[in-house]
Design a protein around this ligand. Structure first.
Ligand code: 3PY
Length: 251
C-alpha cells in the first residue's frame, strides 16, 4: 500500500470505486477485484462513523488503500478517519482557496498543517507513533472535490494551495451548479472539466474525476486526468445483476 500517494502525485493512472455498502464483506469483495484504491463514501451513504474503521480494516486485508470521503469540512471528521487508518481523504464541496487550505491544515501534521496527534489504529494503537508522525504527511492523500460554480470560478487560486494532492472533479454536482445537466448541458460541462483539468495540471496538481462507467476514461486521460473513481459498489452490483437477469431471461 505504500506508494499510493506517490502514484497519485506522479500522475499515474489509478482506478478506484466508491464503497457505499456498510459491511466489511462488501469491502473485501470490492478490494479483491484488483483496484488501485477504494473510497469509503461517508458523504453519500448510510455508513456510520464507527463502522468506517472496520471497513478500512477489511480493505487492509487485501492491501488496497482505503480513502474516505468525509461528509464536510469539519477537521475532527478528517482527523477521525485518518486516525482510523484511512490512506487519505476526499473532501467534498471545496469552492475557495481558503477552504482548500483548511483541508490541508486538518489533514497534515505540523509544520505543514495542524492535525492533532492521536492516531490510534493508524499508528498500531501507539506502537508506531513516531514512525507514523514522521511519514503521515508524505503518505496520506488529500483529494479535494471541485464541484460548484464558485469552485470553478476560483480554480486558479484553489490549485495553488500547497499540500493538496488531487483536484477531484464531481461532474454530477458541477453540472447542477453551473446549469449544465443532461445532454443539452454536455458541452458546457465538458468545457468546465477541461478548464479545471488544464488549470490544475499547469499548477502541477493531479486531477481526478468520478465516472459512472469506463466509457470515456480514455478521452479524459488524454486531457490529463489520471485519478478515476469508477462508479460504486452499489452501482456495480445493480448493473451486473440487471445484466445477468436480462441475459438469463433472453436465453
Ligand atoms: C459528483 O459527481 O458530483 C460526485 O460527487 C461524485 O460522487
Amino acid at each position: 500500500m505504500t506508494g499510493f500517494r506517490q502514484k497519485c502525485i506522479e500522475f499515474k493512472h489509478v482506478v478506484g470505486t466508491f464503497a457505499a455498502i456498510p459491511h466489511p464483506v462488501a469491502i473485501e469483495v470490492t478490494a479483491a477485484a484488483g483496484l488501485d484504491f477504494l473510497c469509503i463514501d461517508w458523504e453519500h451513504s448510510q455508513i456510520g462513523r464507527e463502522r468506517i474503521e472496520d471497513l478500512i480494516r477489511a480493505a487492509d486485508v487485501h492491501q488496497v488503500p482505503a480513502m474516505v470521503r468525509v461528509p464536510g469540512h469539519t477537521p475532527e471528521w478528517i482527523a477521525s478517519v485518518l486516525d482510523a487508518g484511512a490512506a487519505g481523504v476526499l473532501v467534498p464541496r471545496i469552492s475557495t482557496a481558503a477552504q482548500a487550505k483548511a483541508a490541508v491544515m486538518a489533514t497534515r501534521y505540523p509544520p505543514v498543517g495542524e492535525r492533532g496527534v492521536g492516531p490510534g489504529r493508524a499508528a498500531a494503537y501507539g506502537y508506531r507513533i513516531p514512525d507514523y508522525l514522521k511519514s503521515a504527511n508524505e503518505t496520506l492523500v488529500l483529494a479535494i472535490q471541485v464541484e460548484t460554480a464558485e469552485g470553478l470560478a476560483n480554480i486558479d487560486e484553489i490549485v495553488k494551495v500547497e499540500g493538496v494532492d488531487v483536484i477531484f472533479i464531481g461532474p454530477g454536482d458541477l453540472s447542477v451548479s453551473i446549469d449544465a445537466m443532461g445532454p443539452a448541458g454536455a458541452d458546457k460541462l465538458n468545457a468546465a472539466i477541461e478548464t479545471i483539468t488544464s488549470t490544475a495540471r499547469a499548477a502541477g496538481k493531479a486531477v481526478g474525476i468520478f465516472r459512472p462507467s469506463a466509457d470515456d476514461v480514455g478521452k479524459w486521460s488524454k486531457a490529463g486526468i489520471s485519478f478515476y473513481m469508477l462508479a460504486s459498489d452499489t452501482m456495480f452490483l445493480g448493473a451486473s445483476l440487471a445484466a445477468g437477469i436480462a441475459a438469463a431471461r433472453a436465453a
